[in-house]
Design a protein around this ligand. Structure first.
Ligand SMILES: CC(C)(COP(=O)(O)OP(=O)(O)OC[C@H]1O[C@@H](n2cnc3c(N)ncnc32)[C@H](O)[C@@H]1OP(=O)(O)O)[C@@H](O)C(=O)NCCC(=O)NCCS
Length: 224
């Protein structure tokens, strides 16, 4: 009898400093024309908020990652760029006093999209939000399908059509599917993002378990 072939399971785990070179190489493949992180900045992210940096490994190889920090959203709710809120990608604006987990990055190997890896990373982010007793996750997501409609629609009109189910945007569609709510467009968020023409959609997920009477917690087992 031939033994059934076992499909390798992806492993969601914290990002470690050793993973940095491989994840930067992957990020370069994901965004050929958006400046990638430097090793120094990535190491800084891991130092300022290690709990917020997670990745997926498949057969020993990094295949996706998600980077987050905590912010006091009142300070950032107005128009801002990715560079400003992430302090040029260092995450030095991480503020443990805040109640909002800010999703600064998520990407999956282009050859492995549509296999649930992005979902795994988003589940990891939600688990962190719940474990820390944070109020919500906010992110500004790229709108990579916008350039195809830019001659006839504003970014807001395009995003609305994605929400209404008329268009399928590779990023906003995924985020809505993951239970996030669309709150509007931020212009000039990543000026180098030619596909989105710099635009991003502001999205939010509210933590149903958030208890304002309880403090923010550091998850057990996570580095302090
Ligand atoms: C966005 C991204 C992370 C999604 O990762 P992924 O691994 O392909 O997503 P998954 O396969 O986990 O999808 C999870 C679910 O969302 C659904 N989904 C994915 N893309 C979708 C879309 N465009 N519209 C609607 N639903 C979508 C999937 O069908 C799946 O649903 P299911 O569990 O019911 O089958 C990935 O496309 C990516 O890396 N994009 C490039 C980097 C990028 O721009 N990141 C955003 C930075 S703001």
């Amino acid at each position: 009898m031939i033994a059934a072939m076992k499909k390798p399971a992806p492993l969601l785990r914290p990002t470690h400093p050793d993973d940095v070179p491989a994840l930067i190489a992957l990020q370069r493949r994901v965004y050929p024309y958006i400046p990638h992180w430097t090793e120094k900045k990535f190491h800084n992210q891991l130092e300022v908020f290690p709990q917020g940096q997670i990745m997926v490994e498949l057969e020993g190889r990094p295949v996706g990652c998600a980077g987050s920090m905590i912010v006091s959203w009142d300070e950032w709710a107005g128009p801002h760029t990715w560079k400003e809120i992430t302090a040029s990608g260092t995450f030095d604006n991480h503020n443990p006093e805040g109640h909002t987990l800010y999703g600064a990055e998520v990407f999956v190997d282009p050859d492995l999209r549509g296999h649930g890896l992005g979902h795994l990373l988003y589940e990891g982010r939600k688990a962190l939000c719940r474990a820390m007793n944070l109020k919500r996750i906010i992110a500004c997501g790229r709108l990579p399908g916008y350039h195809k409609h830019a001659d006839t629609l504003t970014p807001e009109q395009y995003a609305q059509k994605v929400v209404w189910g008329d268009f399928r945007d590779p990023v906003l569609g995924f985020q809505l599917h993951e239970g996030f709510h669309y709150c509007g467009v931020i212009e000039g968020y990543i000026p180098e993002d030619k596909e989105s023409l710099g635009n991003a959609s502001l999205i939010v997920w509210l933590n149903p378990d958030y208890d304002p009477a309880r403090p923010t917690l550091i998850p057990e087992g996570a580095p302090s």
